[in-house]
Design a protein around this ligand. Structure first.
Ligand code: SAM
Length: 288
């Protein structure tokens, strides 16, 4: 079995298949042996686990998952990598690759079809250009993953795990915190990849809630407020909502709702937790 994190092995594999890296597809392959092992370990991958991977590349993280999981299904967009994976994963009979765009994949259906009776987890060294849309769509899809462990740009990892009122806190943070408990696991320097990206990375684990952490009448309305608040984060919450909700509410209605949930009317949206946004939307939309 080849060590797919060894730089000479990687170079030999890609030379053997005449493979060239695509910058557009975010192809930076891992060269650090401990990272895939740690991701598999932190995701508690074992013989009862069905692991789904986005973007297997030449199979570096995939191999660590295959060693522990009952089954591994990887979604890879670049069809040039299919013969490479057939070669590097030849020793694993619990591996399957689907040639598809992860952004267009129905992960709930994939779990239903491929992971019956298994504990589904998602693991990925994400191509950076799809980070926010894929995390958003995975959370909204309600695909029943127990955990989702992602390697992302360090700055994005900080954003996913940020606290209200901090610089990194944004709409994606609020969303992640409604659906899951986010944990920053460890940093991975740019030098751990071939080719080396311009920025450092970090691994984040999302433990998905079975039930939302609090009750809200309409999560859709709540996220409407979140998006409007962060679209103009320099403005006060009142002004951001006044402009961002297309005139649905008067200034007085917004001020009254903010006061009703216990905040000053000069507050900025970035100071509200996701639960505060939930309470605000319940009050604001009560009579709508
Ligand atoms: N997992 C490998 C590793 O850690 O070395 C490769 C990670 S590399 C950062 C990202 C991978 O995602 C590449 O294999 C790339 O071809 C694939 N990819 C890019 N866009 C994708 C998409 N929309 N859907 C599925 N895979 C994609």
């Amino acid at each position: 079995m080849e060590n797919l994190t060894d730089i000479r092995t990687i170079k030999a594999v890609i030379a053997r298949h005449g493979f060239t890296f695509s910058k557009g597809l975010g192809q930076n392959f891992l060269t650090d042996e401990s990272v895939p092992e740690q991701i598999a370990e932190e995701s508690l991958v074992d013989e009862n686990t069905g692991a789904v991977e986005i973007g297997p590349g030449i199979g570096t993280l995939t191999a660590s998952l295959c060693k522990r999981a009952k089954k591994v299904v990887a979604v890879e967009l670049d069809k040039r990598l299919l013969p490479v994976l057939a070669d590097t994963m030849a020793d694993y009979d619990n591996f399957k690759v689907i040639n598809a765009d992860a952004l267009k994949t129905d992960f709930a259906k994939l779990i239903e079809e491929e992971m019956t009776g298994l504990r589904p987890v998602l693991c990925a060294n994400l191509p950076y250009y799809i980070t926010t849309p894929i995390i958003t769509s995975l959370l909204e899809s309600k695909a029943p993953f127990e955990t989702m462990t992602f390697m992302v740009q360090k700055e994005v990892a900080q954003r996913l795990c940020a606290s209200p009122a901090s610089k990194a806190y944004g709409a994606i943070t609020a969303m992640v915190q409604y659906y899951s408990r986010a944990e920053m696991l460890f940093d991975v320097p740019a030098s751990s990849f071939i080719p080396a990206p311009k920025v450092d990375s970090a691994v984040v684990k999302l433990t998905v809630y079975k039930q939302p952490p609090f009750q809200v009448r309409s999560a859709e309305n709540m996220f409407r407020l979140v998006k409007a608040s962060f679209a103009q984060r320099r403005k006060t919450l009142v002004n951001a909502l006044l402009g961002g909700l297309g005139g649905s509410f008067s200034k007085q209605q917004i001020e009254q709702a903010i006061t009703a949930i216990g905040f000053d009317t000069n507050i900025r949206g970035e100071c509200l937790s996701i639960e505060d946004f939930g309470r605000l939307s319940d009050v604001l939309y009560e009579n709508k």
